[in-house]
Design a protein around this ligand. Sequence first.
Ligand code: SF4
Ligand code: SF4
Length: 363
Amino acid sequence: MKYIDEYRDPSLIRGLLTRIGETAGSLADRTVTLMEVCGTHTQAIARHGLKALLPGNLRLISGPGCPVCVTSACDVDTALYLAGRENVTFATFGDMLRVPGSGGRSLQTLRADGADVRVVSSAADCLAMAEADPSKDIVFMGIGFETTSPTVASAILAARKRGLTNLTVFSVHKVVPPVLQALLDDPSLHIDGFLCPGHVSTITGTAAYERIPASGRAAVITGFEPADILEGVLMLLRQIAEGTFDVEIQYTRGLKTEGNARAREILERVFRQSDAEWRGLGTIPGSGLAFREEFGTWDVRSRHPVPEMPAEEIKGCSCGEILRGVLSPEDCPLFRRVCTPSQPVGPCMVSSEGTCAAHFKYS
Ligand code: SF4
Ligand code: SF4
């Protein structure tokens, strides 16, 4: 297939649903729980109403796949602190602006109060800003998984080459394999299979998911169109029905088994894995990215020592449980009543691919 429409073809979708029904039927004595790890999958599933088309013994739950949503309250407060420093131009991606920190303040409210907070589409934009005005102290808040972080590493390599030291990065990047391990180790979760993220996998390849089949669960790297997602679900069900687990690729048009070695090499030149705090999941060893010593000049903490941030979790917000797939948005007492996309209380309602926002918009 060459065109997007082909991945939405009703006859193809009907055929996939029939085969899903048959395979789920062979597992009728049990409920099968599948987690989509990626925020883009969550949004596509909600947008195309796929849950309603699936058999009753099949449960799709959302995971910690939106980098905005998993940014800890403490990191949001640190961002607010940095953005409020004198002479700082604070830059980040648009979604981050409306995430509330302790006390309900956000980068957006700080900007309204006069702070120089800017939305950029990449770290390369910050390079240009740093070059244009050497008297300005540019701080880039880097969030995202393996798809985004190599581009930030590449910007840092360029900054070093050009001798730019008025650009620093607040690295809140995260890596996927350790959080998957945390989900696999959580005895309160009963996940039978994972729809693995297509974009992250273009960098990591299948190696990022090897622990899933080793733990007796199914794994399929899946694309983002309705036919992709349904075919991914079917492939997962087949693994579960046959009891033979592997990392399969449904998204063959988007990635290679080995991923992108060049991007990984750039990433590893600049960053090393470090412990990181995830909203709702706590500190996960090796799940973040810190600067290697050689690149310490570009670490925001080398220019702006950050005090301890005793962050307050938002009262009544269930984002933590939502991100672990334990609760769905309707279970949160604030959903729709107090928390809406125009007045978000928690991060899952902020970004379009957050679970609560996707559910609000399409249910
Ligand atoms: S909402 Fe924004 S941050 Fe979250 S997955 Fe989508 S693009 Fe990424
Ligand atoms: S509805 Fe709002 S407060 Fe509740 S979990 Fe979702 S984002 Fe958090």
